[in-house]
Design a protein. Structure first.
Length: 180
């Protein structure tokens, strides 16, 4: 993590923390907790519960219900879910810096059913731990996740595709499928 200290003319010291270094292929996923919606309401889901002993495809979007995410990114995973699962993937999960109520509503709206697990990273804590946070304040969205996709086996990243800003290509399901 990068940390910088500054001292202004009034003697006030400011501490600024930057993102952690971005994850890379071969890294273990850092510990953390998502929130998912269950029949009983919001519930925590740890990284260990999601990834240990499993092959998981995780993709992240800047925001639920946003145009690119709703029209292109999430639908690509719905379209190719059966083919991804046929490659011995245990779970397909979609992560966003949104709350669990929004992620659940978006999943219902898009018809994900049991094909895609909708993960809420409400405060962006896990996104920051991956070093994949992005300041979208100029769009009125605050700190969000960069658009990316990864494959992890038993919590170790085997593939990682991070999009250039404004693009939806390397993190779509078709790209992930070619890496499985």
């Amino acid at each position: 993590m990068s940390v910088s200290l500054s001292l202004d003319l009034t003697g006030t010291i400011t501490l600024e923390r930057g993102s952690l270094m971005t994850i890379k292929i071969g890294d273990n996923l850092p510990p953390g907790v998502f929130t998912i919606m269950t029949d009983e309401g919001p519930a925590p889901l740890t990284i260990d519960e999601l990834f240990n002993g499993k092959k998981v495809v995780l993709f992240a979007v800047p925001g639920a219900f946003t145009p690119g995410c709703s029209i292109s990114h999430l639908p690509s995973y719905l379209e190719f879910a059966d083919e991804i699962f046929a490659k011995k993937v245990d779970t397909i999960a979609c992560m966003s810096v949104n709350d669990s109520f929004v992620m659940h509503a978006w999943g219902l709206d898009r018809g994900v059913e049991d094909k895609i697990m909708m993960l809420a990273d409400g405060n962006g804590d896990y996104t920051r731990s991956l070093g994949l946070d992005n300041d979208n304040s100029n769009f009125g969205m605050g700190i969000r996740s960069k658009r990316f996709a990864l494959i992890a086996e038993d919590g170790i990243i085997t593939e990682l595709m991070i999009e250039e800003p404004g693009k939806i290509a390397v993190s779509k399901a078709e790209s992930i499928l070619s890496k499985l």
